[in-house]
Design a protein around this ligand. Sequence first.
Ligand SMILES: [Zn+2]
Ligand SMILES: [Zn+2]
Length: 381
Amino acid sequence: MADKRDYYEVLGVDRDADQRTIKRAFLKKAREVHPDVSDDPDAEEKFKEVNEAYSVLSDEQKRANYDRFGSADGPGMGSGYVDFSDIFGGMGMDDIFSSFFGGGASSSRGRAQRRNGRDMAITLTVTLEEAASGCTKTISYDRLATCEDCHGSGSSDGGGDKPCPRCHGTGFVTTVQRSIFGQVQSSSPCPDCQGEGTVVDHPCEMCSGQGRTPTHEKIDIEVPAGIADGRQLRVRGYGEAGFRGAPSGDLIVNVHIAAHQRFKRSGDDLYVDVPVPMAGAALGCTVEVEGILQDERIQVEIPAGTQHGDTVTVDGRGMPRSGGGGARGRLIVRALIEVPRRMSPAAREALERFAREMGQDVNARKTVGDRIRDAIDDILE
Ligand SMILES: [Zn+2]
Ligand SMILES: [Zn+2]
């Protein structure tokens, strides 16, 4: 990746080109250099370059960063932004183009199934805090989307259909092969009309009559407060667009909640460990616990005589209940009793007095006077 070419140059557009021009240029170039249609040994490399240029220039934020800083990364890509173009296993722009060129007609299933767009799935990871308060995530991914130029009709001028010249309106093409058993006939859906039997009179230039184009999509996903790990959000119509206006598939967002450093979740309940000083556990005290919501501070009453590992339950301070109108689960606080590692001489004496009072046998009880004398003896030796 030595001398990287300018993205505008790669697509052959002006620096002030509008989105439609950029997309048109991208589709034209991609059709030329995609490995499925090009014989060029460098086709794959060239397609990558074209795709990268488009993925930046088609996103206004990335484009602005690129114009200013020469790179797509920059300020304004906030934490709510998730780009799936790289990790979209099996559904990258490359596969979408293969599906575009092949028309998605690789299977021999019925017509209806091939016309409708397929569902797509992604996994979106959020923090426990985001799951608690709800959040909006802007995600970008690649898909076949309804063509903006012809609104999915596939026709450039709203004109009508005509019988497909390749299959003469049957929707199937028949191939005959000679074999040792004689002639073998097989029929498969016509690639030109996707088994439709008809093609548009004047195909739309942008989508070649398919009614859909490979597109970098960018949408906002609303993650509701209290969402459970593993829940699916369905975004209607944001999967693969259908062929020539047929129904689109949905985008299925699998929500994954990342493990939290402090909190463990069980249903709507949250578990948290809190250090409690030894004396506070014995005498009773109040400790402050940071809650899961932003700036939330919870005063937790630790009763006198609390043992290490005992729990205190606080109602209504756990995870918000999904669709629960502000209701929340429980916060279960586990006390971890802390023994002082260092003490002032006075504190030590007090503790020694306490031990004597309780009839406990403890080590090396020396008064302050004893220890001052010991220290002086050490120096004099
Ligand atoms: Zn079109
Ligand atoms: Zn046909």
